[in-house]
Design a protein around this ligand. Sequence first.
Ligand code: FRU
Length: 504
Amino acid sequence: GNYTGPLRPQVHYSPPTGFMNDPNGMFYHNGVFHLYYQYNPTGLGPGNQHWGHATSKDGYTWENQAIALFPPNQRVFVYSGSAVVDVNNTSGFFPDQDNGVVVVFTFANYNEDGSTGPQTQAIAYSHDEGYTFQYYDGNPVINSTSSQFRDPKVIRYGDHWAMVVAYSQEFVVAIYTSPDLKEWTWASNFTNHGLLGAQYECPNIVKMPVRDRNGAVVDEKYVLTISLQPGAPLGGSVTEYFIGDFNGTHFTTVDAATRLTDFAKDNYAAQFFYGVEGNPINMGWASNWQYTGLVPTGNNEGWRSAMTLPRVNYLTKSAPRIGWTMVDEIYDPKSIMSVSPLKAVTDMGNGNVTVDYSDVESHALYIEANVTGLDVTKTSGLTTLNLTFTSAASGESLRSGFYFGGDSTFFVDRGQLRGFDNVYFTDKFSIADVYYDNPKAASWSIKAVIDRSMYEVFVGGGRHAGTVLLYPTQPLTVVDVAARDMPAGAQVSVAVWALNSTWA
Ligand code: FRU
């Protein structure tokens, strides 16, 4: 793959060439993250689905591996699914090892006339820790006549395996159990919850710690995520999540709320890595079915889609407006890459901090900004903290920022960028914003990574996360942070780091 194109992310995973969608089969073992993904190696849109494969030790530096799963024939494609490490050889595939990997996925069958046939669940196993696989000769392990039955995610629960899988157009997440990954028994359905869209896809279930203000673990809950499309509030695809309890066969929610994993448009079908202890870690497909087949990286650079950065998750229950929240954090890129700041200002007042980063070869930055001492009684006037990225060559900008006071919000606006001349990027959906669950907080923080054609922001200690694709005609090269109408006593600090390309 050629990773030098001006739109090619430098600290995110994207495939060497061709089209990528959902993350699949993710597991963490012996210090290595394994990422598989829906992959069409022969086109720039979906179709001819394989499982691509990449590995990483730090979540930023990825190494492409050989394609892991090929379509068994021209009428069966390998759709999304998950992986487990079968340490105790429950499957019987691994008599001589404790690091056997089993992947569980959907066979999407097509009829001779090209129409959709049944979707069934199948498995494959690996004796070399996930680099090469053999299909099980007893496939499928869950048969069906439905053409909309897919995306199994398997976890370990007590003495058995548990699977969540979608009957997509019936809005059912079914739970199955198995002793050996081969024989599966239906246990329960989680039906018609939250936003439905046209279909449910890629359900995930994961155990998550609940942490108090000081970070101490005070409880444990399960999170069930469902991706749906089309039908997202901002258009296209989106992922929602439910917080609850899981007893190995049934999932029940703590409340009736529907929450979204990301406030912007470009994070879909995220999957949690199998084998991570403590805070679970996920990555999502940083795109949207509404326009993924049109984005300019295809014709210009021969690839389409990147993954989000890995996100470290836990739950809190402190936020007054919506109660429970899933927090997303990132591995600190400045310490992983041990880079020092290009600029750091601890008290900028009502001023600007501007950094020209045209000399930074990666054009990738990490930014932290913190504001303390906000006037929580203020009801009129606008206290703002804006982060704007501009192309010195073309004048285009990506705008983002905080409005503090009243119904406080954080917004991202990509509507002024002209590298993707498409209705979806110029109409009102070019703006994503989020209302704070606690608008009266006196302190706010942002951590952000800008990476050529991607912007990922973590607001309020990760309580709100936004993933935004962006397509300028010329590289963005100047970042400006502007504080306005800060009350006396407020303190705003900003620091900007240049990130090294992990693909160089
Ligand atoms: C979600 C999805 C899955 C399916 C896969 C096919 O993006 O539609 O439901 O398994 O993509 O590539």
